[in-house]
Structures are given as structure tokens and as C-alpha cells.
Design a protein around this ligand. Structure first.
Ligand code: UGA
Length: 438
């Protein structure tokens, strides 16, 4: 089977390389010729564990190629995956559909053989049916083109594992033959017992929106309680452990801290609200505004704590450890860490930043911070240390050694990952989110 993957961001590149790993002939398509040139030479333009190896392996074997030509893929592939982005629209909560609409129209205009189009991008409900009509109108009657929606649940940092061994597969569409063809693509995962949920287009689109909305809500739920525990003097980690032992609740995604960011959860809860309002169900998803607000308030809380500790931020040196939206990623889209660093800078602080992977991306977005070569350099003479992305190298910092580098021994653990007692024993003032200050 010949597979094309349209869009070579995190999702598309991972999907293309994993399809090649499964034994298919794959072509990745992107409108950006520079990106295509890089990928074709086996170079991955972002950080994703395990993916550089797959990319090199399959560009070398010839099973994975890259192109900018829709005519080439339209005449070649049996299955086309649409994996372009749906970012938040500028100045609006809705999703920007320019890329999905553009890619689908461009592809439809160049299809010259029977094929299946499979949407993977996260889209507002109703998009797939609209695109199905668009494809039917733009392709000639001589070719048979089916369309399915097959949302993706991969996490950055675990993208290869999640693609090769997904915990479930969901596909929406009207054609049983198309579903059977998609099952051939995923035959390996299905053979090893991965559940396959076959449904209508709308449910498939909504499954993705619901999954991300639920995860965001779970994080904001625990972060709302962390506002209470820090107020009355409690410990949010103990609370999360205790409720998490109820297996109806579960402990995962109950890590309180500076909250969620990234290219998915924040924009997806906003896009879902926008879409549901458009459908006339104004009140239905209103709770997600609260989820969003709780999340953003955690960032303000860190800035507030920093101000409380330093009294005046003007000219004070602050070491920010981590700018990626989470560890094992170089992604800084809507990163709580970068947002806090920028807020501190805008309030007059002298902010030094270190992140093992996300420096380049952060510098592009916010060039005015002081980007250092190591955690030690960021910490040198700092009046305050703030941990905002829980990379292992930060979790393993030795408080006595760090104490010798900094000007003042005060730390905010924005992810609740440090051993408080170790830091207290080494003479630090220790602040965190959701626990009393010590
Ligand atoms: C998320 C979903 O988890 C994936 O299933 C989905 O496929 C993906 O979005 C997508 O829509 O493409 P991802 O954005 O890679 O994946 O990141 P997550 O692991 O979900 O983390 C999101 C944010 O929540 C991070 O900033 C993380 O630090 C934060 N988080 C996570 C918490 O603050 N607390 C937690 O307990 C868990």
C-alpha cells in the first residue's frame, strides 16, 4: 500500500516515519520546501525522542520520501493522511481551518486514481462532512474517493510509541470498504489487541475534542484545589495521591503546578467552545472557560510568589529552569514556563533561562530573555530560582551545590517535583504551588 502524509509537523512527520516503519511506502508532503529538503536528508527540525532514528532509517532505505508536489501524491498514493495543523485563529478562540481546507482542496484537485483520504488533524465537528462534499465536487467522476476521520491521540515526547502502539484507534465515516482499508493500515496494532472504534464522522471528530477537554479539565480541577490547599495550608500532592487511588478517578493528569500548555490542550478547549457556541449551544461548554482561567491563574500565581519573595522585581536576577511546555519536548507553544519568564521580564526582572531542548524555539518567540548554556550559568548569582518544566536534570539538582552558586537561596517549584526536605535542609526558602510555604 502506498501512503501519503500531508503536513510534516509533529503529527505528520511522526505518522509518516511510523508508517514506513510498519513496512509501507510513504511520501510526506509539505508546502514548505526548506522543511522538505531537511527531512529528505534525514534531519528532523524538532525534538522528538526516537523519531530521528526512524527518519534516518527510512529515508536511507528509500521507503520514506518527501515532496512538495500534490500532483505527485495525487497520482501515486492509495491512502492520503491529512495531518496539517489547526492552530487558534488570531484574535479568536476558533480553530484556523486554512491549512486543513487548503490541503484537502489542493489534494482533491490532483487526485487521478481511486483512493482514501483520512483526516487526522484535530478539527471542529462538522469539518469532515464538509470536506467530504468538497472532495466529491472537486474530483472527476472517473475516480472513487472515500473520506474517513481518524483522530490522533499521540503525546509529544512519546509520539513514536503512541503511533506504533496506540491505546485505541477511532475512525469515523460512512463507507465500510474504507474502514476495512484503514484496518489494513493499522493491521499490526489491531493484531496485538488495540481496540478499533468505528463510528460516524461527527462522533470521531468529537472523541478527540472530548479527550483533550477532559484532560485539561482534570489538570485544572487539581489546580483549583491547589489554590485552596495553598490558602488553608495543605498538600496538593497528598490530596491528588489520595483521590487518585480511587480507580474511578485515577492518579494520572492530577499533577498540580503551573498548568497545561502546548499546541493542543489550550487551543482545543477554546476551539471546542467556539464551535459549540456556533451550533447554538452557548452554555454547554462554558465550564471550559473556567478550566482555561484556572490554568492561566497558576501562571500569575508564580509571578505573585516571585514578587512576594523579592519584594521588587526590578533588576533582580531570576533563574528560570525550563521553557518547554513539558519535558521531552522542545515545543514552547503556549508554554506556561515561557509565559511566566516573559511576565517576569516585563515586570523588570533580569531573567536567565535554561532548557535542555527548547532554547532555540523560546529565543525565536521571546528573544529578550537571557538564554544561558547551562542550568549552572542561569543559576549564577540569581536572587530567585524557579523550576517550571520538570526535566530530569532539574529534578536531580543538588540543593547544596546550587546554594553555592546562587546569590540567594529561594526557590519556587512550579511543578511539585523537588524533595522539599532536601532543599530545606540545605537552607533554602521553598515555595511551591498547592503547598504551604516553608
Ligand atoms: C495532548 C494529549 O495528551 C494527547 O493525547 C493529544 O493527542 C495531544 O494533546 C494532541 O491533541 O495532539 P500533548 O500536548 O503532547 O498531548 O501534552 P500532554 O502530555 O497532554 O501535556 C499537556 C500539558 O499539560 C503540559 O503542559 C503538561 O505539563 C501539563 N500537565 C499534564 C499538567 O500540568 N499536569 C498533569 O498532570 C499532566
Amino acid at each position: 500500500m502506498r501512503i501519503s502524509v500531508i503536513g510534516t509537523g509533529y503529527l505528520g512527520t511522526t505518522h509518516a516515519a511510523c508508517m514506513a516503519e510498519l513496512g509501507f511506502e510513504v511520501v510526506g508532503l509539505d508546502s514548505d520546501p526548506k522543511k522538505i529538503e531537511q527531512l529528505a536528508s534525514g534531519v528532523l527540525p524538532f525534538h522528538e525522542p526516537g523519531l530521528p532514528e526512524l527518519l534516518r532509517k527510512h529515508t536511507a532505505s528509500g521507503r520514506l520520501r518527501f515532496t512538495t508536489s500534490y500532483a505527485e501524491v495525487g497520482a501515486w498514493a492509495d491512502v492520503h493522511f491529512i495531518a496539517v495543523g489547526t492552530p487558534q485563529k488570531a484574535g479568536d478562540h476558533a480553530a484556523d481551518m486554512t491549512y486543513v481546507d487548503g490541503a484537502t482542496s489542493a489534494l482533491a484537485g490532483h487526485i487521478t486514481r481511486d483512493c482514501l483520504i483520512v483526516g487526522k488533524s484535530t478539527v471542529p465537528v462538522g469539518t469532515a462532512r464538509r470536506l467530504g462534499n468538497l472532495v466529491r465536487e472537486s474530483t472527476s467522476g472517473d475516480v472513487k474517493v472515500d473520506l474517513l476521520w481518524n483522530p490522533e491521540f499521540l503525546r509529544e515526547g512519546y509520539a513514536v510509541e503512541d503511533t506504533l502502539r496506540p491505546d485505541r484507534l477511532v475512525a469515523g465515516g460512512d463507507s465500510a470498504a474504507a474502514i476495512d482499508l484503514l484496518k489494513l493500515v493499522y493491521a499490526k496494532a489491531l493484531k496485538s489487541g488495540t481496540p478499533f472504534i468505528s463510528t460516524d464522522l461527527e462522533t470521531a471528530e468529537l472523541v478527540k475534542a472530548a479527550a483533550n477537554a477532559f484532560l485539561a479539565t482534570k489538570i485544572s480541577f487539581i489546580n483549583a484545589f491547589s489554590e485552596v490547599t495553598e490558602h488553608v495550608g495543605g498538600d496538593i500532592r497528598v490530596l491528588a495521591d489520595a483521590i487518585g487511588l480511587d480507580n474511578r478517578i485515577g492518579r494520572r493528569f492530577l499533577n498540580a503546578g503551573v498548568g497545561f500548555g502546548g499546541g493542543c490542550l489550550p487551543k482545543d478547549i477554546r476551539a471546542l467552545q467556539a464551535r459549540v457556541s456556533e451550533l447554538g449551544l452557548d452554555r454547554t461548554m462554558r465550564f471550559l472557560s473556567e478550566v482555561d482561567e484556572i490554568n492561566l491563574r497558576r501562571r500569575d500565581r508564580v509571578v505573585h510568589l516571585a514578587t512576594e519573595i523579592l519584594k521588587d522585581l526590578q533588576g533582580r536576577k531570576i533563574a528560570v529552569l525550563g521553557v518547554a511546555f513539558k519535558p521531552h519536548s522542545d515545543d514552547v507553544r503556549d508554554s506556561p514556563a515561557l509565559d511566566v519568564a516573559a511576565q517576569l521580564f516585563n515586570a523588570g526582572a533580569d531573567v536567565s533561562v535554561f532548557d535542555p531542548e527548547a532554547m532555540e524555539n523560546a529565543r525565536k518567540r521571546f528573544p529578550r530573555l537571557n538564554y544561558t548554556k547551562s542550568a549552572a550559568e542561569a543559576l549564577e548569582n540569581s536572587a530567585l530560582t524557579i523550576l517550571l518544566t520538570e526535566w530530569d536534570e532539574f529534578k536531580e539538582l543538588n540543593p547544596t551545590e546550587v546554594g553555592d552558586i546562587v546569590e540567594s537561596k529561594a526557590i519556587i517549584d512550579g511543578r511539585n517535583v523537588l524533595h522539599v526536605q532536601d532543599w530545606l535542609d540545605a537552607g533554602w526558602r521553598f515555595e511551591s504551588l498547592g503547598r504551604r510555604s516553608v
